[in-house]
Design a protein around this ligand. Structure first.
Ligand SMILES: Nc1ncnc2c1ncn2[C@@H]1O[C@H](COP(=O)(O)OP(=O)(O)OP(=O)(O)O)[C@@H](O)[C@H]1O
Length: 443
């Protein structure tokens, strides 16, 4: 039970709109504080705890984006949504990238406003809402994009295909999509399509009647029936035999399945989320995956970035994983040289590999400080140029800032200070580079 009414901060420099939003929220039983500009918003955020912030994008002394960044940078646990001018999708995207969880376009419809506020307050931080253990750790721009997209697609019912290398968190992402959507109370049924023998696959998916085949001594539900009202997660969907692909397509299209040994069909209400570490379009080209099924499944595409593109998240992930392995006991500690080795490693197996390395290291260190030797890193994957050495006594954040600054300066130098090109070379958006230049004070 909440001890107080949920409190919302509304930031808008147009008094009429501010009042309209304020009244709507008060009618919803919320406590509202208003601010007319960026500076005012920062003061209010310092004074009170809020459960939600709503900011207009254009403010008299700056942009709503500054409020979003302030909330993110200050580590305030406040979901923030922005209100953008009609047709300025670019602004909305920038805000989501900066950490906003959603946006509303002007003219603001009160029904949309209410629904956004309701979902924000009941869901809170999307990651926390799903239980931290099931969330995606990481704040790198690419991970923020993933989280923002997950939050959006969770609300839709369309099929989703998640692609990404092994160990990048595809299943975690699928669980989040389920947990943040309207089917959260229903079942989440994960299926490893590559692990089912071809002869059993139909019975496993659609179930069977007693006597349908030798050994079928009772009626049994399949994955579809098991996932009724919830989400069916088809991991490594590219491994399904072609015959089964036809049947899967039919079940998705008709929203009905026929169990083995049964004449009639039964309706099923299932959202399909699938994942593949192989590129499905390449499997289509190679004739191993049906194009019609591909189009059905790939309505929304989500790409999980490899860990080597999320370098700045490695320290956070290490902290998160060590905490998990500590299981409530004392958190294992890493020697500075071990941290340095982990930061320079390439992680061909992505987060799963980091997880395995740390789990093994915790066991090998026997409760003492984890040394580089305990990590047992594969030498071929350590790139000595990937990161400069951590100076003795240097704080991790200073070290990371230094690495980031060096990489940016190198890219700027190589492109003769063409920021657009430098951003491209660094694999970040122009806005993200501009933000980083500002943050690091690079002129
Ligand atoms: N961003 C993340 N934050 C925390 N844990 C993560 C994250 N990404 C992955 N993990 C953890 O890494 C492991 C691998 O994740 P997951 O199984 O979701 O990956 P996957 O892409 O489905 O892997 P595979 O392709 O091998 O099936 C899991 O234990 C998961 O909890």
């Amino acid at each position: 039970m909440r001890k107080r009414l949920p409190r919302v901060l509304v930031i808008d420099d147009e008094p009429d709109l501010r009042e309209l939003v304020e009244l709507t929220l008060i009618k919803m039983g919320l406590e509202v504080t208003t601010a007319g500009c960026v500076a005012d918003a920062k003061t209010r955020l310092a004074e009170h705890e809020f459960d939600l912030a709503l900011t207009d994008m254009r403010l008299s002394d700056g942009e709503g984006l500054e409020v979003v960044r302030h909330i993110v940078d200050a580590g305030l646990d406040v979901p923030v949504a922005v209100i953008t001018a009609y047709g300025s999708a670019e602004n909305a995207v920038a805000a989501m990238k900066a950490g906003a969880f959603d946006y509303l376009a002007k003219p603001v419809g009160l029904a949309d406003l209410r629904s956004l506020v309701r979902s924000a307050l009941s869901l809170g931080d999307p990651v926390a809402a799903a239980g931290h253990a099931d969330g995606l750790v990481g704040e790198a721009p690419a991970m923020q994009e993933v989280k923002a997209l997950i939050f959006k697609i969770a609300k839709s019912q369309a099929a989703v295909t998640i692609e990404g290398e092994s160990g990048t968190g595809k299943e975690r992402a699928a669980r989040l999509i389920h947990a943040q959507g309207p089917r959260a109370a229903g079942p989440f049924v994960p299926v490893n399509c590559g692990a089912i023998p071809d002869t059993l696959v139909e019975a496993e998916f659609f179930g069977y009647k007693k006597g349908a085949f030798t050994g079928a001594d009772a009626d049994r539900d399949g994955f579809f029936q098991g996932a009724d009202g919830g989400t069916l997660f088809l991991d490594e969907v590219g491994d399904l035999p072609l015959v089964m692909q036809v049947k899967l397509l039919r079940a998705i299209q008709e929203k009905k399945v026929r169990r083995l040994g049964n004449h009639g069909e039964e309706p099923v209400d299932v959202r399909i989320v699938c994942a593949s570490h192989k590129k499905l379009n390449e499997l289509v080209d190679a004739g191993q995956f049906r194009q019609d099924l591909y189009y059905r499944l790939n309505v929304i595409a989500l790409k999980m970035p490899p860990l080597r593109e999320l370098r700045e998240d490695v320290p956070k992930l290490i902290g998160h994983l060590l905490e998990r392995f500590a299981a409530g006991g004392e958190k294992p500690r890493l020697a500075p040289a071990a941290v340095q080795a982990l930061l320079a490693y390439h992680y061909p197996g992505n987060v799963r590999e980091l997880e395995n390395i740390l789990e093994r290291a915790v066991a090998l260190s026997g409760g003492a400080l984890i040394e580089p030797i305990d990590l047992q890193l594969t030498p071929a994957s350590i790139d000595p140029d990937a990161a400069p050495a951590l100076a003795s006594g240097e704080a991790l954040q200073d070290y990371l800032d230094r690495v980031e600054r060096e990489a940016i300066l190198k890219a700027l130098d190589a492109t003769r200070y063409n920021r657009t090109q430098a951003a491209k070379n660094l694999g970040v958006s122009f806005r993200s580079l501009r933000y980083r230049l500002e943050r690091l004070g690079i002129k």
